[in-house]
Write a protein that binds this ligand. Structure first.
Ligand code: CU
Length: 199
């Protein structure tokens, strides 16, 4: 013990190196330099090589951060041209295969919008229908042709009138259920909605 103290007093540096070599500290010191050195070179590089090298990482970081919201922004800013106000579906009885969708589809854009199709979850097929009274006085319904809505105009879907026809139900729509769907526009865009099932 005294010998060790004495030798470290006489040759503290050599002793320390010897100990680190044999206890595994040496690799730690090496890795320490391995971590520090590239950073040091980076700092020197930034200083000696002017803006070119340093500017790459400096620009790269904000650019990737900015580009994410930028690329997302057009989609978020691209407002839906249609609003489906108060969409609802009449609840169905067990075994019933068809249902009807109601609400107000409003064109809130400044361009005419053509409604082409309909998709409703839980059904095999859906389309817009119009209700008519034929020449013999019988109430009938027919698929609504692609409907162009002028800016500000509304397609009213009401019981007894135009409606979304939902066919091929896989299970009954039960009261207070939320049913997702989408209106498909002529240009292929889709307007998603969530309809509530009501009595
Ligand atoms: Cu119908």
């Amino acid at each position: 013990m005294i010998n060790l103290l004495w030798s470290s007093l006489r040759n503290p540096f050599g002793n320390a190196l010897w100990r680190t070599k044999n206890t595994g500290f040496y690799p730690i010191i090496l890795s320490f330099f391995a971590v520090i050195m590239p950073q040091t070179r980076g700092v020197f590089g930034a200083v000696s090589e002017g803006g070119s090298k340093a500017s790459v990482p400096e620009q790269g970081v904000p650019e990737t951060k900015v580009s994410a919201p930028r690329s997302g922004a057009p989609q978020m800013q691209r407002k839906s041209p249609l609003i489906f106000e108060d969409p609802w579906i009449r609840e169905t009885a067990p075994g019933q295969k068809n249902a009807a969708l109601y609400g107000k589809v409003r064109n809130v854009s400044t361009q005419p919008v053509t409604v082409r199709g309909l998709f409703v979850a839980g059904a095999s097929h859906a389309e817009f229908h119009q209700s008519l009274v034929d020449s013999s006085g019988v109430s009938v319904m027919r698929p609504l042709a692609a409907t162009a809505l002028a800016p500000g105009k509304t397609l009213d879907l009401t019981p007894g009138g135009n409606h979304g026809m939902i066919m091929g139900l896989q299970a009954p729509y039960k009261r207070d259920q939320k049913i997702v769907g989408k209106i498909i526009l002529k240009d292929g865009a889709e307007v998603k909605f969530e309809a509530t099932v009501r009595p």
